[in-house]
Design a protein around this ligand. Structure first.
Ligand code: PGA
Length: 257
């Protein structure tokens, strides 16, 4: 059985007072949510908030993750943060390969392969993001692109129990344009099939595959009820406690997979 994971990617949003307000509302909402135990909740704030947010979520069912990490454990890399440093904060997850990192910061599969290994070399879980651009989808290259993003990065040396995949079609991120549940399920099934080739079928069937890209309370049920969609990586909607809690509550009400 796969435990549903609802992760919030705060991106470069929230100052400390704003973050405290958001987490206070989230904690209160989660305490009163029935069936909430069925869902794992993760927040990924910007790096300067990891230490104070670790305190803010203490004792609550909220896990903490980072949005990026350097592939080296230490060194002369001004402005960067390493996996051992992130581990110090109490975070348990690191997002690697978000399309904004790929596009705006020119991170390619070769670099991401090193970053993924850096994350799992420590005690953390990696959320590795894949997804095609609009042009790639329209020219029928979705499988080729997503297949390469997996093959060049996820090999059998990456421990499957510390791997989460996030399928995020680039054209759906921050655009309000979501993949239909059928479009998303099709790619999720393809990803699982590819993971079966890398690991084996029973192992691949345990790896969680999240969908991301304009997930909102009004489209979450359709997406999360698909057989190979095991949760969501939520951007814009996770900045509002009401919307994020609504998505968690929808996930909690769906049958387990
Ligand atoms: P969005 O972002 O929900 O705002 O589209 C998702 C993401 O980038 O992870």
């Amino acid at each position: 059985m796969r435990h549903t994971l609802i992760a919030g990617n705060w991106k470069m949003h929230k100052t400390l007072p704003e973050a405290r307000e958001l987490v206070t509302a989230l904690r209160a909402g989660l305490e009163s949510l029935r069936g909430g135990d069925a869902v794992e909740v993760l927040i990924c704030p910007p790096v300067q908030l990891l230490f104070p947010m670790a305190k803010a979520v203490a004792g609550a069912r909220i896990m903490l993750g980072a949005q990026n990490a350097h592939n080296e454990p230490h060194g002369a890399f001004t402005g960067e943060v390493s996996v051992p440093m992130l581990t110090d904060t109490g975070c348990t997850h690191v997002i690697i390969g978000h399309s904004e990192r790929r596009q705006l910061f020119h991170e390619d599969n070769a670099l991401l392969a090193r970053k993924v290994r850096a994350v799992v070399a420590g005690p953390l879980t990696v959320i590795y993001c894949v997804g095609e651009t609009l042009e790639e989808r329209e020219s029928d290259r979705t499988r080729r692109v997503v297949g390469r993003q997996l093959d060049e990065v996820v090999k059998s040396d990456v421990p499957a129990d510390r791997l989460v995949i996030a399928y995020e079609p680039v054209w759906a991120i921050g655009t309000g344009r979501t993949a239909t549940p059928q479009q998303a399920q099709e790619v999720h099934a393809f990803i699982r099939e590819r993971l079966s080739a890398t690991y084996d079928k029973p192992t691949a069937s345990r790896i969680r595959i999240l969908y991301g890209g304009s997930v909102k309370p009004d489209n979450a049920a359709g997406l999360l009820s698909q057989p190979d969609i095991d949760g969501a990586l939520v951007g814009g909607a996770c900045l509002s406690p009401d919307d994020f809690l609504a998505i968690i509550s929808i996930a909690a009400g769906l049958p387990r997979k």
